[in-house]
Design a protein around this ligand. Structure first.
Ligand SMILES: [Zn+2]
Length: 351
């Protein structure tokens, strides 16, 4: 992957705004602007593990970025330390929660002069962002639209087995996994993994797509339903998946064993168990899940909604998209028809 961010949204003007995380890690925000100034507040979008900000810009007729711009929002795509635009680093959710997201939000507040920010957060961009919010580190964030997983981490049985048994074994040999090895395996040990993927995955001819499924769980594929992607997106994603560290998978294994988010105890700002006390935020949560999500099962978000609803009834919301999986909520060829209207409707609600 390149060392500088490249965003494919050529129809919009975009500017890379660097920011420094709390521990000095160099991250950035891609500020995307339409032809006329935004008339609504800033929206931060946070990507998942082993991808980058560009994941929200799939080659579909209308991306989530397009619809946000067309509806007057000010769009900020965050490249936090998990971004594959940066050199491989052994990140944890705790680091992102304490160091990256608060600095990203502060940067948006400084740049825009708005004291209120909305967020659309996906998968590990969601878990880490929600950790940050629930620890009281994101007071400026008023609405959090979270997709796939947040406070509760419920995965299929075989994924649990992989996290429990395979991760500790593999971690000694592979400090990172990289779906790019599906196309270019540079060593014997990476060729070995590619062999395993070739033997076990026959769902399509895209080796990166198959290696991403091997990396992120159990399914054929794991991260989307093929029928929801157009051909251009299925090809484009070959360039959008790369290195993800075992430090992350180890933390996720702990979370999955517990059934909910836990921190590693490395930062005093973070609670050990995120479901042991009320969330330290007045943000409104909007939980999204695809009913066919096999990466994190729909009860992950159902339970998270029930948890926050207990403390502030009839304030938060939960939406289940029928026929959708994990990332196809954003990358789907029909997402503009099926999922984006719900996201817009929630963002347009007054804070
Ligand atoms: Zn595929």
């Amino acid at each position: 992957m390149g060392s500088s961010p490249s965003v494919d949204i050529t129809r919009w003007r975009n500017t890379v705004v660097p920011f420094t995380a709390g521990d000095g890690f160099a991250c950035n925000l891609v500020h995307v602007q339409g032809p006329t100034p935004a008339i609504k507040g800033p929206v931060l979008l946070s990507h998942g593990a082993g991808v980058r900000a560009n994941i929200f810009c799939a080659p579909v007729e209308k991306t989530v970025v397009d619809v946000l711009i067309e509806n007057g929002f000010d769009v900020w795509l965050e490249n936090w330390r998990a971004s594959i635009d940066f050199a491989p680093n052994e990140w944890t959710l705790d680091q992102a929660a304490v160091c990256d997201h608060p600095a990203a939000v502060r940067t948006i507040v400084e740049q825009t002069g708005c004291d209120s920010v909305s967020a659309i957060v996906h998968c590990q961009g969601s878990t880490s962002f929600v950790m940050s919010a629930c620890a009281g580190l994101l007071p400026q964030v008023k609405t959090i639209v979270t997709n796939a997983v947040s406070l509760y981490t419920i995965v299929p049985g075989f994924s649990k087995f992989k996290l429990d048994v395979a991760v500790p074994l593999m971690r000694r040999v592979y400090p990172f996994l990289n779906p790019q090895w599906g196309e270019d395996a540079p060593s014997l040990r990476t060729k070995l993994l590619r062999g395993v993927v070739d033997l076990t995955h026959h769902e399509c001819h895209n080796t990166i797509c198959k290696f991403a499924s091997f990396t992120y769980g159990t399914g054929f594929p794991v991260l989307w339903r093929h029928e929801n992607l157009n051909e251009a997106t299925h090809d484009w994603l070959r360039h959008e998946f790369a290195h993800v560290p075992m430090t992350f998978f180890s933390q996720m294994a702990m979370c999955v064993r517990r059934g909910n988010l836990v921190s590693l105890g490395t930062f005093r700002q973070l609670p050990e168990d995120y479901t042991a006390q009320p969330p330290q935020t007045d943000a409104r949560f909007v939980f999204l899940t695809g009913d066919k999500n096999v990466c994190f099962l729909p009860p992950s978000q159902h339970r998270a909604f029930a948890f926050v609803d207990k403390f502030h009834p009839n304030y938060h919301s939960l939406h289940t998209f029928n026929g959708y999986g994990h990332l196809d909520v954003f990358m789907g060829q029909n997402s503009a028809r099926d999922t984006f209207p719900t996201i817009l409707q929630e963002l347009n609600k007054p804070n």
